[in-house]
Write a protein that binds this ligand. Structure first.
Ligand code: PMP
Length: 426
C-alpha cells in the first residue's frame, strides 16, 4: 500500500536529529538504534517508509481504538474540513460531543474541551484547588498526567527514565505529594493530619504509564471513601481508560464515580483533544461561568470534535465485548507461552490493555514495576519489531488492541511472540 525504500528511516532520523531535539517530537518515540518513520496506517497495520508493515499495538499510545484511518471517521473529518477548520465561535458539534460524553461517563454533567491530556489535568488541578481552597495535591509514584509542572513528580511514561526534570522550581511542586498505588495504609498515613490541606487525589484508575497496573479489589472504592471523608476531590485521569475499558470508562468498569474526570486520546478520535468533565456544581466555576481561568484558541476545535463524535458513535457494546475477548485471548496466550519457558514474568492488563513485565513478583505499584528486567523487555520489543509487531518501545508504557484487530491478528501475534520469547534468553 505504502511504498518505501530500505533504510529510509535511518536517513530520516539523521536528518531529524539536526532539527528536532533527539530526532523526535516526544521523548518515548525514540528508541535505539533509531525509530522507524511512518508512511501511513490503515486499520491495525502501521507501515514504515522502509516498506515494512507492523501489526500495531501502540496505536499512537491509545487514541486509535478504531485503528488507523477508519473510513467513517475520515469521511466525517473531510466533510468538516471543507466547512472550515476552526472558528473562534462555538459550533454545534461541541454540544453534541458534550452530550454524548455526559450520556456515557457517570460523573459528567458538564464538559470543557481543550487540546491535550496535559491541559486537562492542569485545568483539573487548578479547578480542584479553587473549589476546595486548598493547595496540596496527591498523585501516585509512577503515574503520568502530562508534561506540566504540577504533576511531573515521580512520573511514569517517558519521564520515568529521568524523573526529576530540570526547570521545575521547587516551589511549584512543593504542594505535589506522592504515595504508593494499591496501598491503603500509605494513603491513610499521608492524609492523616493534613487531610484538610489536600485539594484532590489525582489517579489513573489503571496505571497505564508504568506498564499496566490494575487497581486491586476495592482500592478505588477506598479512594472514594477516604476522599469523601476528608472533603478532598477525587479526580480520575481517564486520558487512557476513558472510552477504552467501557463506554463510560474506568468509572463504569470498576463502578466507582469520581468527582472529576480528565479525558484525552480516544475522545478526539485520532486528533488532538483533551476534556475535563464533572458535576455542574464544580464545573460552573470555570470561566466564563465562574472565575477559574481556562482558555484555548483551539478549544473545541471542530475537526477534533467531529472525529471524536464519529468515533464515539461507532463504538458500541459489541465492540467492547470483542475488545475484551481479544484482550483475554492475547493475555492468556502470552501466559501459556511464558509458562513453558525459563523466564520470570507477569502478564498484566484489563480489557484491551496489556503488558508483560519480566519479573518474579506481582506488579502492584511503581517500585514493583521498576524491579522488572527492562533490558530483557527491550530484547522482546526488538524481537517483535523485526517480525512485524509494533508495541510501545518501553517497559513503562501500555499496549492496546483496537477494534480493527481480528482474532487472526491476535493469533499470528502469539505465534510471533512464541518465536521471540523462545529466543530471549540466548
Ligand atoms: N494522563 C494520562 C493518563 C496519559 O496517559 C497522558 C498521555 N499519555 C496524559 C495525561 C497526557 O496527555 P497528552 O499527551 O495528550 O498531553
Amino acid at each position: 500500500m505504502f511504498r518505501g525504500s530500505i533504510m529510509k528511516s535511518k536517513e530520516l532520523f539523521e536528518r531529524a536529529q539536526r532539527v528536532l531535539p533527539g530526532g523526535v517530537s516526544s521523548p518515548v518515540r525514540r528508541f535505539d538504534p533509531h525509530p522507524f518513520f511512518a508512511a501511513g496506517g490503515k486499520g491495525c497495520i502501521l507501515e514504515s517508509v522502509d516498506g515494512k508493515s507492523y501489526i500495531d499495538y501502540c496505536l499512537a499510545y491509545g487514541p486509535l481504538i478504531l485503528g488507523h484511518a477508519h473510513p467513517r471517521v475520515v469521511e466525517a473529518v473531510e466533510r468538516q474540513i471543507e466547512r472550515g477548520t476552526t472558528y473562534g465561535v462555538p459550533s454545534e458539534g461541541e454540544i453534541e460531543l458534550a452530550e454524548t460524553i455526559i450520556d456515557r461517563v457517570p460523573c459528567a454533567e458538564m464538559v470543557r474541551f481543550m487540546n491535550s491530556g496535559t491541559e486537562a489535568t492542569m485545568a483539573a488541578v487548578r479547578l480542584a484547588r479553587a473549589y476546595t481552597g486548598r493547595d496540596k495535591i496527591v498523585k501516585f509514584e509512577g503515574s503520568y498526567h502530562g508534561a506540566h509542572d504540577y504533576v511531573l513528580v515521580k512520573p511514569g511514561s517517558g519521564a520515568a527514565a529521568a524523573p526529576d526534570s530540570p526547570g521545575i522550581p521547587e516551589d511549584t511542586v512543593k504542594n505535589t505529594l506522592t504515595t504508593v498505588f494499591n496501598d491503603e495504609e500509605a494513603m491513610v498515613e499521608l492524609i492523616d493530619g493534613m487531610g484538610d490541606e489536600i485539594a484532590c487525589i489525582l489517579v489513573e484508575p489503571v496505571m497505564g504509564n508504568i506498564g499496566c497496573i490494575e487497581p486491586e479489589n476495592a482500592y478505588l472504592n477506598f479512594l472514594r471513601d477516604v476522599t469523601r471523608e476528608n472533603d478532598i476531590l477525587l479526580i480520575f485521569d481517564e486520558v487512557i481508560t476513558g472510552f477504552r475499558l467501557a463506554a463510560g470508562g474506568a468509572q463504569e468498569y470498576y463502578r466507582v464515580k469520581p468527582d472529576l474526570v480528565t479525558l484525552g486520546k480516544i475522545v478526539g478520535g485520532g486528533f488532538p483533544m483533551g476534556a475535563l468533565a464533572g458535576p455542574r456544581q464544580i464545573m460552573e466555576n470555570i470561566a466564563p461561568a465562574g472565575s477559574v481561568y481556562q482558555a484555548g484558541t483551539f478549544n473545541g476545535n471542530p475537526v477534533s470534535v467531529t472525529a471524536g463524535l464519529e468515533t464515539l458513535k461507532i463504538l458500541d457494546d459489541k465492540m467492547y465485548s470483542s475488545l475484551e475477548r481479544m484482550g483475554s485471548h492475547l493475555r492468556a496466550g502470552l501466559r501459556d507461552l511464558l509458562s513453558d519457558m525459563d523466564l520470570e514474568y507477569q502478564v498484566a492488563g484489563p480489557a484491551s490493555m496489556f503488558q508483560i513485565y519480566f519479573t518474579e513478583d506481582e506488579v502492584r505499584n511503581y517500585a514493583d514495576a521498576k524491579k522488572s528486567d527492562t533490558e530483557l523487555f527491550m530484547k522482546y520489543f526488538h524481537g517483535l519489531l523485526e517480525r512485524g509487531v509494533f508495541i510501545p518501545p518501553s517497559q513503562f508504557e501500555c499496549c492496546f488492541i483496537s477494534a480493527a484487530h481480528e482474532m487472526d491478528h491476535i493469533n499470528s501475534t502469539l505465534e510471533i511472540a512464541e518465536d521471540v520469547l523462545s529466543h530471549l534468553k540466548n
